[in-house]
Design a binder for this molecule. Structure first.
Ligand SMILES: Cc1ncc(COP(=O)(O)O)c(C=O)c1O
Length: 457
């Protein structure tokens, strides 16, 4: 397929990097003189650390949600975008190489589903988690959402309720809107700093829901659910014929000392048969806009019914990037994971030592940090101010949205308001830590300085 004589791959990659630097000129990173690492660094860093996650990879000017949209909202003075869940790192080199190679062939017609792509997904799950997915039960999708929406449309008629343990991933609420179902929020409680499911409430609510949207590991709290917890959720759902839709997109981000248990690996066949699992490599390798995901189930009947509501056409570049990542990117990912674990440690110790007005516990999984800012909300009188804005606005306006504006203006950092994560998200902000530690430190320094200017909590 590939004509090696056509394109000089190294110069192509170099030029692509250069374009990103030029597009980013005038950004906060330039002002901070941190953009020195955007191109050509891998040569020297290879001798010590193979991949240099400390290098700041400037994404400004690439139409990214995390940086460009955040700057539209908070102004071009924003120092660090820490919102939407993708990573700032330069991607695994095998991805760029595979894409560049495929781009040498200039035809973009309909794509057949390559068997080695499915194999790469099955093999990743088998190698890393001992999870045996029957390749014939694997359905490819263009994202986790299309699969979840198809499943909700299958099991939950319009107007029926869907169980969500909150705080929970905000995108689930969009899936409910798309499937015309209603959220049944079961609020978790914080026990010794960790979010726990209130199983009495969970069962009461599961009994009136057709489906349960499980997030494992959980966005935004960072919980990595134990086998015991998953079995208990699964038993209750089975008892009430509530289908478990297990979104395990964050499963590769599990911090030291924690273990990811795939729902499909639980030691109870009936519980597993009452579920479908939805996954992707889009978090693992930061391939979000490449639009590739998959779902599977041991329950053939469930799967066939969901397939009737689902359609996905692969994109060539999405497939090529995902296949390369899963087949050749493991080494890169293992180093990225170790770096993120250190970032999570860094955030925890920084906040403990320097930001007494924020309460935080290191996440067990994900690259997200969940910050309790309720003391700051009190000091600022954000509840009253937000209520006033809410009265004068057609869209709901919450204290956490006000805090989002406040952190944007005063700390020049974009954080996600906790209120978008369901009823359990009040008093919190979500921070994405998948970035260079240099930027993470700037963000935390900015937050600490902004809070220091407030009267003591
Ligand atoms: C729990 C969860 N599910 C699904 C998604 C959507 O992922 P994608 O758009 O890559 O399918 C996200 C993205 O943040 C997520 O956190």
């Amino acid at each position: 397929m590939v004509n090696d004589g056509g394109l000089n791959r190294r110069s192509f990659l170099k030029n692509a990097g250069l374009t990103a630097v030029l597009a980013g000129s005038g950004s906060p990173l330039d002002r901070l003189k941190l953009a020195e690492d955007t191109d050509g660094k891998e040569g020297h860093s290879q001798q010590q650390v193979k991949y240099d996650f400390d290098a700041v990879y400037d994404r400004v000017g690439t139409d990214s949600v995390k940086w460009d949209r955040a700057r539209q909202t908070h102004g071009s003075g924003l120092d660090v975008g820490m919102g939407i869940a993708d990573m700032d790192f330069r991607a695994a080199p095998c991805i760029g190489e595979a894409l560049a190679e495929r781009c040498e062939h200039e035809n973009w017609g309909y794509l057949s589903q390559p068997a080695d792509y499915v194999e790469s997904i099955v093999s990743w799950n088998q190698r890393r988690y001992g999870l045996d997915i029957d390749p014939s039960s694997l359905v490819l999708a263009t994202g986790v959402h299309p699969g979840l929406i198809a499943a909700l449309k299958t099991f939950s008629p319009p107007g029926s309720r869907t169980l969500i343990c909150t705080p929970s991933y905000n995108g689930f609420y969009g899936d409910l809107r798309a499937s015309k179902t209603i959220a049944e929020d079961s609020m978790m409680t914080v026990v010794n700093g960790r979010y726990e499911i209130d199983f009495d409430d969970f069962e009461r609510k599961a009994a009136r829901c057709n489906a349960y949207l499980l997030c494992n590991p959980q966005n935004p709290t960072g919980n990595v659910w134990t086998e015991e917890e998953l079995l208990r959720m699964g038993e209750i759902c089975l008892k009430h014929r509530t289908v478990v839709l297990a979104d395990e997109i964050h499963c590769d981000f599990v911090m030291k000392g924690q273990t990811y248990t795939p729902f499909a690996n639980l030691p109870d066949k009936d519980i597993v048969n009452n579920s479908l699992t939805f996954k992707a490599a889009s978090k693992t390798f930061s391939l979000a806009a490449m639009k590739a995901a998959w779902f599977f189930s041991t329950n053939e009947d469930f799967l066939n019914r969901v397939k009737e509501n689902h359609r996905a056409d692969l994109t060539t570049l999405g497939m090529v990037a995902n296949r390369a990542a899963l087949m050749e990117g493991e080494d890169w990912f293992d180093q990225a994971l170790a770096y993120i674990d250190e970032n999570q440690e860094f955030v925890a110790s920084y906040i403990k030592e320097n930001i007494p007005s924020i309460t935080h516990r290191k996440a067990e999984g994900t690259y997200l940090a969940w910050l309790d800012v309720s003391k700051v909300i009190d000091v600022l009188g954000a509840v009253e101010m937000a209520a006033e804005r809410d009265r004068n606005s057609t869209d709901p306006f919450t204290p956490e949205m006000l805090m989002g504006e406040w952190f944007g203006q005063n700390a020049r950092v974009m954080l996600n308001p906790g209120s978008s994560y369901g009823t359990g998200g009040s008093g919190h902000m979500r921070m994405n830590v998948a970035t260079s530690r240099k930027l993470l430190k700037i963000a935390l320094d900015n937050i600490a300085e902004a809070l220091d200017r407030l009267p003591r909590v």
